[in-house]
Ligand binder design. Structure first.
Ligand SMILES: [Zn+2]
Length: 127
């Protein structure tokens, strides 16, 4: 997988949602498409059984409905650390993991990772 594309409204949703729940952790599901070399994220979805303030590692991802348009999960790090923890990687769901870190100002506070915890390049699509 070479590139992840995030639509501009997705970036804004991630930042606003994380900021609104700070200092609690926020979790959003990522809806989009996967092809051989690319992942495109078009939309965010609030998890059906979201309990705000639950940490990502305590979140029951295995209870998610089977929905192949969900291609990953985003969660916030109120600590400001822009890297996944070991627990995060153990909870990996889908193709990408997005972390949104305090202070949630811009895409510079967002990072995309693969299941190994390697940072992936991402591009923002304005449309
Ligand atoms: Zn985390």
């Amino acid at each position: 997988m070479r590139v992840t594309y995030l639509k501009r409204p997705v970036i804004e949703n991630l930042l606003n949602y994380a900021s609104g729940l700070h200092p609690k952790e926020s979790i959003l599901l990522l809806r989009g498409k996967v092809s051989k070399d690319e992942v495109s994220v078009n939309d965010t979805v609030i998890p059906p059984f979201a309990t705000h303030g639950k940490s990502f590692s305590a979140f029951p991802l295995h209870m998610l409905p089977i929905d192949f348009s969900i291609i990953g999960v985003a969660h916030s790090h109120p600590s400001g650390v822009l890297t996944p923890s070991t627990n995060d990687l153990n909870q990996f769901y889908g193709r990408i993991m997005v972390i949104v870190a305090f202070p949630y100002h811009s895409e510079r506070n967002i990072a995309v990772f693969n299941h190994e915890g390697k940072a992936l390049k991402f591009k923002i699509i304005d449309d």
